[in-house]
Structures are given as C-alpha cells and as structure tokens.
Write a protein that binds this ligand. Structure first.
Ligand SMILES: *Cc1c(COP(=O)(O)O)cnc(C)c1O
Length: 233
C-alpha cells in the first residue's frame, strides 16, 4: 500500500480502490455502481481530502466530530459532495451532527435515535441513519447486539424525523482480512431478515477487507488507510 503523503499517491490509491471495488462487485455478480466508496478522513488534512475529491471521491466519512467541523468548513462545497458521520456518537452531540451529515452510520440505541429525531424535528429535516450492529458481540465495541436489532429498527421506524436506511458494522479486528467475511455475511442476513422494513444499505468493509465486504453485499465501504496511507495519531 502506497504511503499517501502527496496528491499523486492519493489519486493513484483512489483509482486502485475503485478498481478493486468494481472487480469484487463483478466477481459477486453485482453492479459496480451498487457500491459506494466512503473515504474515511480522520487525521487526514484538508489538502489530502481535496486530492481525494479531485480523484473522484464524493463521500467523506468522519468519525471525530471536533475534527470534522473545521474540516467541513475548510473543504467547502463541491458538486455532489456528502459527509457521513461514521464514529461513535454521544447523545449530547446529536444536535451538532444532525443536518450537517447526510448519513449517520452509528446509531446504536433507541435513546440516541430519539434524540436525533428531536433535533431533526427542530431543524425541520428528516435525518437519514444506519443502525450500527455489534456483529461480533464484542464487549468493547459499539453497536446493538444482533438479537436486539429487529426491535430497535421497528421502534426507530416510528420516529417521524429519522429515516433508517440500513445497517453498519465493524467486525472484530483480525490480522487475517478474510476472517471478517462471516461477519459481513451475518450482517447481510440480518438486513435481509429486516427487509420488509425497507433496509437497503449495508455499510461494511474497511481498508484491509473491503473487497470481501463487497463480495458479501456491502453497498458502502469505509476506506481510510488504503487511500490516505497509515494514520499517525
Ligand atoms: C477509521 C475508520 C474506518 C477506516 O479504517 P481504515 O482501516 O483506515 O480503512 C472505517 N470505519 C470507521 C468507523 C472508522 O472509524
């Protein structure tokens, strides 16, 4: 993986990631356009983000709110650009996130969804969200337990100013990229079991395993390191 400290490397990396996504989709008999790339921009400078935009990236995923706000400001408006919030979201920060991000990937409780609903109503908008699933049932990880997802989604569906679009997960960390595959499959099966409720989006797969995620049905992959190089801090 290239160390992307300059614009050329970032452009090169974006092309390679898009190509890998396309190949993985085709291997799985899926339309490449059914998968969207989200560039994960935590610790990445605005200049590097601009290079990714120049290379064709249209969705930026931020996981740290205090870092995201000045970055959104610095990047400014670009045709078709979306910001997604992909990190853990505290209830008291919902107010700041609602309306600033087109999609919140990390709704992990009904309580948080209700707060988002309240803030979205105040802003006069409907906020699109994904429900985050703790697909590996890990004690340290955010997200709802798989067994709790159906009930939570049903309740969130009833909130007038929240639109739940799908599920998101971060599988257990492993040195073997393919180890995530069964978790991706499990998330897809969970989403399929909820399909009558209209869930379509599956946000899963990061730098080391996004190709497997696409093979298993991801509609959004969140890729940082493979685009921008290793993070420092
Ligand atoms: C940082 C981050 C990513 C990207 O991770 P990489 O391994 O650098 O691709 C994806 N999802 C979330 C929630 C993140 O915080």
């Amino acid at each position: 993986m290239a160390d992307a400290r300059n614009s050329d490397a970032i452009v090169h990396n974006v092309r390679a990631v898009l190509d890998n996504i396309r190949q993985a989709a085709l291997r799985a008999g899926r339309r490449p356009e059914s998968v969207r790339l989200i560039a994960a921009t935590k610790t990445v400078s605005p200049d590097s983000v601009l290079s990714a935009i120049a290379a064709g990236v249209r969705i930026l995923g931020e996981s740290r709110l205090q870092e995201a706000l000045p970055k959104i400001e610095a990047i400014g408006a670009h045709e078709g650009l979306e910001w997604h919030f992909i990190g853990r979201l505290q209830r008291r920060k919902a107010k700041t996130v609602v309306g600033r991000f087109q999609l919140i990937h990390s709704v992990d409780s009904l309580d948080l969804a209700e707060e988002i609903d309240r803030r979205a109503a105040e802003a006069g908008i409907v906020q699109a969200v994904l429900v985050q699933v703790n697909i590996g049932d890990e004690a340290t990880k955010g997200g709802l337990a798989p067994a709790a997802v159906a009930e939570a989604v049903a309740a969130i569906k009833d909130l007038p100013n929240v639109s739940v679009r799908g599920l998101m997960a971060v599988p257990p960390l492993s040195t073997d990229p393919e180890a995530a595959r069964p978790y991706f499959r499990r998330l897809r099966e969970l989403a399929l079991s909820l399909l009558p409720q209209g869930l379509q989006e599956l946000s899963m797969g990061m730098s080391q395993d996004y190709a497997f995620a696409v093979e298993e049905g991801a509609t959004m992959v969140r890729v940082g390191t493979a685009i921008f190089g290793a993070r420092h801090g």
